[in-house]
Design a protein around this ligand. Structure first.
Ligand SMILES: [Zn+2]
Length: 300
């Protein structure tokens, strides 16, 4: 038996605690909570047993649960985007204080804020359109955020692909050879690759490691689409966006152009034959990553 002050009996009394399901309306949504009720064993009067803050918190949590969210999840959504509270706030055009309060369970997101969280929970890459629609960001801030966001492929790697495809439609085998040649040539000249891709040994020459995941992602996120070629019925990649070269220096753009000009008009077979002569391919086994140390052997 618990003890509590009863205002009817005007003294501290013993009583029982019971759970009672109560429906609340929070932001227009019905939320059912287990309220703890104290019943005076003297006169039967019922009192709320929890303090208001605790009770409110329970309501918030139940409300967020309706959307598959929790306060921890709000923080997680930001962290999976690799953004600090400050950058996340700037990306969304919210105040940092607001985000802090949400993540600490101090206040409940209003409908439009909640919608943003839900959209990011469903698809992280929605952050791109949020950024594009945020007119208050300076160019520097925009790219700073873009470069930090970690949505499976980094922004620059995506734009290497878009740049190539903006100039020439390619099938899968061709695209893989272009990417490989660009990164290895840049590595040979400047000791670093342009994209963040790793390349693996495959039958038809080097390919981006995990190329299927890459292609699926690019299609799913509307960067590219597949189109049937009139010439040989193979499937060609067509870009759906223009490349954004803000992060590229002049040397890198020269390397991109050099490979595109050199390879233009070469069939998948010709590119495969060319890549089979590369020492880095010859010296690795199927599926093995081709080390960039072989870049100096690249003959272009
Ligand atoms: Zn009483």
């Amino acid at each position: 038996m618990e003890k509590m002050y009863c205002f009817e009996c005007n003294k501290k009394v013993y009583g029982k605690i019971k759970k009672e399901k109560t429906t609340y309306i929070i932001h227009g949504r019905k939320v059912v909570l287990d309220d703890l009720v104290f019943i005076c064993s003297n006169c039967g009067t019922e009192y709320n047993y929890e303090d208001i803050d605790e009770h409110l918190q329970k309501g918030y949590i139940a409300y967020l649960n309706l959307f598959g969210l929790s306060f921890e999840k709000l923080k997680e959504i930001r962290e999976t985007l690799n953004l600090s509270q400050e950058l996340f706030a700037e990306a969304l055009g919210w105040s940092k204080k607001t985000i802090n309060r949400y993540e600490n369970g101090k206040s409940l997101p209003q409908k439009e804020y909640l919608d943003t969280y839900i959209s990011l929970l469903n698809n992280k890459s929605n952050i791109y359109s949020i950024l594009k629609n945020n007119n208050n960001l300076t160019k520097e801030k925009y790219y700073k955020i873009l470069n930090r966001i970690n949505v499976e492929i980094d922004f620059k790697s995506i734009n290497v692909i878009l740049y190539i495809l903006n100039k020439v439609k390619l099938n899968r085998t061709q695209l893989m050879k272009y990417l490989f040649a660009i990164d290895f040539l840049n590595y040979k000249l400047f000791n670093k690759s342009i994209s963040e891709f790793k390349y693996a040994h495959a039958t038809y020459g080097p390919i981006v490691n995990d190329q299927d995941a890459l292609i699926n992602l690019l299609i799913k996120q509307d960067y590219i689409k597949l189109e049937s070629s009139f010439i040989d019925n193979s499937m060609l990649f067509v870009p759906l966006q223009k490349a954004d070269l803000y992060n590229f220096n002049e040397q890198e753009i020269n390397v991109l152009n050099k490979i595109i000009n050199n390879f233009k008009g070469m069939s998948a077979n010709e590119l495969t034959d060319w890549s089979h002569a590369f020492i880095g391919w010859i010296k690795t086994k199927d599926g093995e990553i081709i080390d960039f140390k072989y870049a100096k052997e690249l003959d272009i």
